[in-house]
Design a protein around this ligand. Structure first.
Ligand SMILES: *Cc1c(COP(=O)(O)O)cnc(C)c1O
Length: 359
């Protein structure tokens, strides 16, 4: 049976990457060592880290005045590191609220400063993104934080506000590398690796250099971007194996046409799945407004919770795994990150049609 894994994260990785990791597990490039056993300061691992960074820079077109940091602590730790480092003496920061992950970032930032919520999708149950013309941005804000893809709600947007000198900060955990973005428009980007990059335990931060070095006195060393920027992410032991796998994923992306090609496939995959939902005579419903439907995380429901549970159970038996929705959302969620082949989405759509016909 062919298995397709729709987990929201940790999520599916490209099979070719896992096979290469398997082949190199015991002996990396005739060193006689596993990558897991290498000193992070040895020439072998230093070359793995340098290549991973170079490949990510090439894939995303990261300008030279940005640092790429390989950290730990997940995207969740960035909810605190961003205000700690980027407030720069200012009293408040702007946040757009598009759902559960935005709210977590907001709640954490409130420990450090006054948070001005520029707009919220709460009134519409976070089924869309408030129109940019309605955002109440503060030109004195330290930064504006957005979550361009809400992994739980399945809400995605790609238009960026013009916020003058206010740096734009984005949690790209579940959309990084899935579509083209212009890094130069952002002050800081962060992403936990376990959705579209690699295994859990690695967090990538891409930060404009002038935003580094402003953490207040008393900031824990490990929470200061300066520490990591000054030490090429090797102030302490970095998540070496995660960086190695991420590097293999970057190579795989380059070999498969880069982000532009990935984006085209992702559009095709999302179109296929949303069409199956929309053409199901209301058997399946997606709560998200059409213009804001995520290409990465597709939430949907049937008429009731017991049918949803039956759907998940039967899908699982067919090798269509981890389709149960987030506990806060219920229903189903299909996460269709870069590593999910279109064949997996087609198999899901086939099953959805069969299940609808039988129920
Ligand atoms: C998964 C996720 C997080 C949390 O990431 P951790 O690595 O578990 O801290 C934060 N934001 C978004 C958008 C996510 O998808």
């Amino acid at each position: 049976m062919t298995i397709f894994n729709f987990s929201a994260g940790p999520a599916v990785l490209p099979k070719a990457v896992l096979q290469q990791a398997q082949a190199e597990l015991l002996d990396w490039h005739r060193t006689g060592m596993s990558v897991m056993e290498m000193s992070h300061r040895g020439k072998e691992f230093m070359s793995i880290a340098a290549q991973a960074e170079a490949d990510l820079r090439e894939l995303m077109g990261i300008p030279s005045n940005y640092k790429v940091l390989f950290l730990q602590g997940g995207a969740t730790q960035q909810f605190s590191m961003v205000p700690l480092n980027l407030l720069r003496g200012k009293a408040s920061a702007d946040y757009l609220n598009t759902g559960i992950w935005s709210e977590k970032a907001i709640t954490e930032a409130q420990k450090f400063c006054r948070v001005n919520v520029v707009a919220t999708g709460a009134a519409n149950g976070f089924s869309d993104v408030p129109k940019m013309a309605t955002w109440q941005c503060d030109k004195n804000a330290a930064y504006l934080h957005i979550t361009p893809n809400e992994t739980i709600g399945g809400v995605e947007f790609d238009s960026l506000p013009a916020c003058g000198d206010v740096p734009l900060v984005a949690d790209l955990s579940s959309t990084i590398l899935s579509r083209k973005i212009d890094v130069a428009k952002f002050g800081l980007i962060y992403a936990g690796a376990q959705k579209n990059i690699g295994p859990a335990g690695l967090t990538i931060v891409i930060v404009r250099e002038d935003l580094i070095g402003h953490a207040p006195v008393g900031t824990p060393t490990m929470l200061d971007y300066q520490t990591h920027a000054d030490n090429d992410s090797m102030y302490n032991t970095p998540p070496t194996y995660g960086m190695y796998i991420a590097g293999l994923v970057f190579t795989w992306l380059k070999q498969n046409g880069g982000i532009a090609a990935m984006e085209q496939t992702n559009i095709a995959k999302a179109n296929l799945l949303y069409a199956a939902i929309d053409n199901s005579a209301d058997f399946y419903r997606c709560p998200v407004a059409k213009n804001y439907r995520s290409r990465m995380n597709v939430p949907f429901k049937t008429r009731d919770a017991s049918t949803d549970a039956e759907f998940v159970k039967q899908a699982d038996a067919r090798g269509l795994l981890q389709l149960k929705g987030h506990k806060l959302a219920g229903g189903m969620r299909a996460s269709i990150y870069n590593a999910m082949p279109i064949e997996g989405v087609q198999a899901l759509v086939n099953f959805m049609q069969e299940f609808a016909a039988a129920n």
